[in-house]
Design a binder for this molecule. Sequence first.
Ligand code: SF4
Ligand code: SF4
Ligand code: SF4
Ligand code: FES
Length: 538
Amino acid sequence: MPTLTIDNQTVEAPDGATILEAAQAAGIHIPTMCYLKGFAPSTSCMVCVVRVEGVKSLVPACGAMAMDQMHVTTDSDEIRAARQAAIELLLSDHLGDCIGPCQMGCPAGMNIPLMLRHIAAGDDRAAIEVIKREIPLPAILGRICPAPCEKVCRRAKIDQAVSICRLKRFAADIDLDSGEPFMPVERSNKSKTVAIIGAGPCGLSAAYYLACEGIACVVYDEHARPGGAVRYGPIDRKVLPIDVVERETGQLLKHNMTFQPQQRIGKDVAFDTLCRDFDAVLVAAGDPMLYDRNEFALDVKDDHIRVNRQTYATSRKGVFAAGGAIGSRQWAVRAVADGKEAARSIAAYLEGKPLVSKKPFNSRMGALSQEEHKALLTTANAEPRHEPDEPTAGLNNADARAEARRCLHCDCRKAENCRLRDLASELNARQNQWAGQRKTMRIDFGRDCVVYESGKCIQCGLCIQTARKADETTGLAFVGRGFAMRIGVPFEKTLSEAIARAGAECVANCPTGALAFDDPPQDTENQKQDTGNESFRQ
Ligand code: SF4
Ligand code: SF4
Ligand code: SF4
Ligand code: FES
């Protein structure tokens, strides 16, 4: 039984153990990517490198044996830099978007592709749940949003952008008309209260997300009804009827909040009173006339309150500001996004927690070639964009389902469960650090919704080993050479035949989105079949 030191800790390793196994047994974390317990190490990613005293270069801990008298260091600037470089090399030719361009382009960061898949599948309740995670007023925004998401929708490069905004409106209208609109589960009451100044999109959004966190709000507004600019602003009422504003804001007020109409802060209620009586105050009104520096005692510049752009905290403890209060907000969606982010910051402040604001790593494919567009289009409805009969009308049921199926599914099927993405986030890896030759994009569909995307494969070989362990008759193999090497199926078989038994295990063991599950089959003519794709065969 070899005895070695790992990070100055004496460790007794079982005979035949690797450095990684010895470290794990001693509770010492070494990041891994291509390694999986019970499988032969391929030592292909070099993310697990460590320094062994007396050895010139760093060694992969998953493949090197633990030896008696060894001195191992698992963490240092040099090691972290090497791990970061290893991930950056894998990313240099990686062909995938972790999240879709549309979601990146949405100021509220809504998971648009997921909403579209739910609408395509006819699951409108799931669609509204996805929407309301980020946008609490979708029937209103679905009528007036300038849809920056559609400007960056990849489908526009093929024909026309997916009608994202109208589909959001479609799901929101169904929900509002349902008689039982979606109510999120609110966390248990935290006995904290927040005063919100302004019942426009920003203030209402903040109140909604604070209510979800179990924090009660009192929303003050100088007007008689909630809605702010979307109710009282110069908006064409054929585009946004008052009835929609009334119903959607009314639904929102059913959450844990109280609306205080016709209250001008500084005149009817003193600002200091709010600061004294509430655990936090959010200034969400866009009217700069409200911001009398003397009354509010806040730092102001050019008629706008100055805040920390990460936390929305003002110069005064416990006072936050967002939306039109901190800058010009031409788009209601931007105000809604501000309100949501400010609410999350206030909730963290009230719980005495730091605001975790580090964004996860996002791989980007950038502009695609015609061939790549063609590959993506195989997964979607090829019809042109569906338009309503009247420009201000919504989509009918059949058109909405068909329109949602036009989405190319640019987002990754494993975005929430990808070791490459997690490690890229953890190690602050940059995608364009090394110039890599672009991989070929192939998308192959197999049995039981298994999808293989060659552009996301890191050639770790875990799927090949998994199929072999499951005694698959055909199994998988590396095909091609050098840069063109990829996973393929021998003997002119299909993906379904290759991993008939081990499909789910291959998906689970694949560390990236290269092997993933597609969405469940939809009850449509557009079901994806086993492609039997010639390109997949050896
Ligand atoms: S495989 Fe991972 S890194 Fe690549 S696009 Fe998918 S989630 Fe992002
Ligand atoms: S095609 Fe779909 S996933 Fe891609 S950008 Fe457009 S809406 Fe988003
Ligand atoms: S498809 Fe196979 S070889 Fe490629 S990353 Fe996934 S498990 Fe590894
Ligand atoms: S080389 Fe060890 S985890 Fe990849």
